[in-house]
Design a protein around this ligand. Structure first.
Ligand SMILES: [Zn+2]
Length: 252
């Protein structure tokens, strides 16, 4: 996890300021970025300037969510009770290119490296898209044309600032889907030639509208998953005591 995102997860006002890593297997405090000597200094800088530095500024924090504020000032193209889609094209506060670059850099790192020796995190398989995505991240090639990226924001005031590391959510014969969340923002990456047209029409990078959605249910769903993992995973008595009240009181 990039250091800028991790820093946003510390909550100095609490007795337990450190973020907690919850997987279906284990619960630990995380005070250091999950890093590995994957990138040379030049690529580290490319990734930082390409997306991470900007993303760190616009994600949700307690009491502020700059990206949601900017998106909600854009014209609505879908307006349902639980889902509103905004046309973000041309809004200078919303750097679609950096949003896309950041998301692909996270998915690529999850695919290119086995992180299991240093953290209990899942690995995804981008397969034959891994190399074209790497070339895009290196600025050696354009964005692969069969990539579809859907960006959905939580409600204006997310109840629970959490990161969900890249995971595979669906694999069918004709296309794949991978998900990832950082505070306030969920990314779903679809790859393959047969991604349905209605999904493709909501792609943040290739749709005419440069669409970004805001959905009511997302943080509730993610919080539910985290609670389920918390109940199921191994935890030391110390960790269990430290977070039980928090989870019951704030999220339960
Ligand atoms: Zn490099």
């Amino acid at each position: 996890m990039p250091a800028g995102i991790l820093r946003s997860l510390f909550e100095r006002s609490l007795d337990n300021p450190e973020p907690v890593l919850v997987s279906s297997r284990i619960i630990i405090n995380t005070t250091k970025p999950i890093v590995k000597d994957l990138l040379c200094a030049e690529c580290e800088e490319l990734f930082n300037k390409g997306g991470e530095a900007w993303i760190s500024q616009i994600i949700a924090r307690r009491g502020s969510f700059p990206l949601a504020r900017a998106v909600q000032s854009c014209p609505r193209v879908v307006d349902d009770a639980n889902l509103v889609v905004y046309s973000c094209k041309g809004n200078p506060e919303i750097e679609i290119e950096k949003l896309t670059y950041f998301a692909l850099s996270m998915f690529w790192r999850s695919s290119a490296v086995d992180w299991s020796s240093i953290a209990p995190v899942p690995r995804i398989v981008l397969g034959e898209r891994e190399e074209p995505v790497r070339q895009f991240l290196r600025r050696d090639a354009p964005l692969p044309s069969d990539i579809v990226l859907i960006v959905t924001l939580w409600t204006h005031e997310p109840s629970n600032l959490q990161v969900v590391l890249p995971a595979e959510s669906r694999q069918v014969a004709s296309f794949n889907a991978f998900t990832m969340s950082i505070p306030g923002i969920q990314f779903v990456l679809f790859t393959g030639a047969d991604v349905p047209a209605d999904v493709r029409a909501q792609c943040v990078c290739s749709s005419d509208d440069q669409a970004i959605a805001v959905a009511n249910a997302i943080d509730t769903v993610l919080t539910g998953k985290m609670q389920a993992n918390f109940q199921a995973a191994h935890r030391t008595p110390k960790i269990a005591a430290k977070y039980r009240d928090y989870l019951r009181g704030r999220l339960g």
